[in-house]
Design a protein around this ligand. Structure first.
Ligand code: DAT
Ligand code: MG
Length: 151
């Protein structure tokens, strides 16, 4: 298994509903390392760049309105296999199909209000962290508990 980075974002509904602590806790307790964190009002251009692969979808304008409708919490997380593991912690895109125990399965009901984003590949993890964070906003740090999490 490789050490990877993923971009996780609590969407405006997660912030408005007071789920920030709950969501961050799930990644912390799993054993991943937080390397970037900020509350941020996303400009339209950045939302469009982030979701550019979905540009042709009929729901694209609504998606951009949703993501820019209030502050989001931007996070970079690092760890062994973190990209796929974070996707499992988050659950299926449609919260009604997401398993109980996942963030979307426990905390959301609709695709258009699915509270959290997670990168879908290590390459997109790097791309998205580069998109949402400036140099100097990320913090490389040695986690004292690491030997208790990774052999
Ligand atoms: P995910 O967020 O699980 O990676 P995705 O990358 O396919 O899902 O889509 C990005 C976001 O776009 C998703 O979180 C919510 C929205 N979306 C996707 N499919 C949709 C649909 N069929 N109707 C409305 N919104 C949709
Ligand atoms: Mg996606």
């Amino acid at each position: 298994e490789e050490v990877e980075q993923t971009y996780i974002m609590i969407k405006p509904d997660g912030v408005q509903r007071g789920l920030v602590g709950e969501i961050i806790s799930r990644f912390e307790r799993k054993g991943f390392k937080l390397t970037g964190l900020k509350l941020f009002q996303c400009p339209k251009e950045l939302a469009e760049e982030h979701y550019k692969d979905l540009q042709s979808k009929p729901f694209f304008p609504k998606l951009i309105d949703y993501i820019t409708s209030g502050p989001v919490v931007c996070m970079a997380w690092e760890g062994v296999g973190v990209v796929a593991s974070a996707r499992k912690l988050i659950g299926a895109t449609n919260p009604l199909n997401a398993e109980p125990g996942t963030i979307r399965g426990d905390l959301a009901v609709q695709t258009g209000r699915n509270v959290v984003h997670g990168s879908d590949s290590p390459d997109n993890g790097k791309r998205e962290i580069g998109l949402w964070f400036k140099e100097g906003e990320l913090c490389a740090w040695a986690a004292a508990l690491e030997p208790w999490l990774v052999e």
